[in-house]
Write a protein that binds this ligand. Structure first.
Ligand SMILES: NC(=O)c1ccc[n+]([C@@H]2O[C@H](COP(=O)([O-])OP(=O)(O)OC[C@H]3O[C@@H](n4cnc5c(N)ncnc54)[C@H](OP(=O)(O)O)[C@@H]3O)[C@@H](O)[C@H]2O)c1
Length: 338
């Protein structure tokens, strides 16, 4: 049995590692992904004690939700499903229609955790909150959280009576922007942080040695130069600092005798205020490998890090943190976090 922790003040107890299901949709970031591999990945995750599954209507226009729904047939009660509402559905009718569609694709009668995917600043939060209250009263959602909310959005949303048991945010050794203000704010307000892209889309497994090795869809983050294809930012990036940090992390991992991905997930699990890390995996083998961060015997981490190791990891990733600054957005220079 894997350790579970409570999300915010909810009654949801999540395994410390959750399975992110974006990759099931394939597409520009992930390339071809076979449905049977995705289903086998969900089953491997359940067998290893993972109980939280994160998906979204935006992942392949519902494809990820559809596949997760198929995979959970007959095993629904072993799982907590987290899905989202796209910012294009922020009006009341849009939210309700989006949830109905998610329920149908997921083949379930309830969503355990509904999350606003990105704030839509053109629609008053009151309207979102009213729609979510209605869905909760109807038993269609159990709890509500958000993603990608900055300090001001959190404060406004909570002041208006919105429920926020969690804030799903980009957080990894190579994307530490939330440490400046958002993470402390979440801790202070008892809003759980659910870190996404904890391996920075595979970089923190150590399998890419240079920027050229990184598949096109994934070299769109602000770590890479705006000369890369498909980018939505205008920054020069920090490719050399990113690959220097990766090499230093790899050295720390090999000195300690761990896989780099386990070290990266374990570093997150050592940060307070994080019940569960939302890790992506496309095969049973990747789930098994990444779950080595956790002991199968509950409580302890099988990759325990000393204060000295945590400090070294912070030190070697500080240059990337400093260049990327306090904007947590992995893909865009400004405008989405408030
Ligand atoms: N709320 C939001 O706005 C938001 C945004 C992004 C993500 N998310 C959520 O967070 C989840 C995780 O993030 P992510 O998928 O972007 O990135 P991630 O977890 O950092 O990386 C996942 C990818 O890394 C590779 N990988 C994983 N384990 C590996 C291993 N042991 N060895 C080698 N390669 C391995 C796999 O891709 P390859 O095999 O193809 O390399 C896998 O798909 C998503 O699925 C989604 O649920 C949420």
């Amino acid at each position: 049995m894997v350790e579970k922790q409570r999300i915010g003040n909810s009654e949801l107890f999540a395994s410390r590692v959750a399975l992110g299901c974006w990759v099931f949709a394939g597409g520009p970031e992930w390339g071809n992904q076979k449905e049977e591999d995705s289903i086998a990945t969900v089953h491997a995750a359940l067998d290893l004690g993972i109980n939280l599954f994160d998906t979204a209507p935006a992942y392949g226009g519902g494809e990820s939700e559809r596949i997760l729904g198929l995979a959970l047939q007959g095993r629904r009660d072993e799982a907590l499903i987290g899905t989202k509402i796209s910012s294009s559905h922020a009006h009341k009718e849009g939210i309700i229609a989006s949830c109905e569609e998610s329920l149908s694709l997921l083949k379930t009668d309830r969503i355990d955790l509904i999350q606003i995917h990105w704030a839509n600043h053109d629609v008053p939060f009151e309207e979102t909150i009213e729609a979510l209250h209605q869905l909760k009263a109807d038993g269609k959602i159990r709890y509500a959280g958000v993603c990608n909310f900055g300090v001001n959005d959190m404060s406004n949303y909570l002041r208006k009576g919105g429920e926020m048991v969690s804030n799903q945010l980009p957080y990894s050794l190579l994307s530490r922007a939330i440490e400046y203000t958002i993470l402390p704010e979440c801790r202070q307000r008892d809003v759980s942080v659910l870190p996404y892209s904890p391996l920075l889309q595979g970089l923190l497994t150590g399998k890419f040695k240079t920027a050229e090795d990184v598949p096109t869809g994934r070299s769109r983050t602000r770590h890479f130069s705006c000369d890369q294809p498909g980018v939505r930012h205008s920054e020069s990036g920090c490719e050399s600092e990113t690959f220097k940090a990766l090499s230093d992390i790899e050295n720390i991992a090999s000195e300690a005798g761990y896989f780099m991905s386990n070290l990266a997930i374990s570093w997150l699990l050592h940060q307070p205020g994080i019940p569960s890390v939302v890790m992506g995996a496309r095969t049973p083998g990747q789930v098994e490998q990444n779950m080595k961060s956790l002991s199968q015997n509950m409580k302890s981490l099988s990759v325990p890090l000393s204060t000295e190791e945590l400090n070294r990891l912070n030190l070697v990733t500080d240059p990337v943190k400093s260049i990327l600054g306090s904007n947590p957005d992995l893909w865009q220079s400004e405008g989405r976090y408030n």
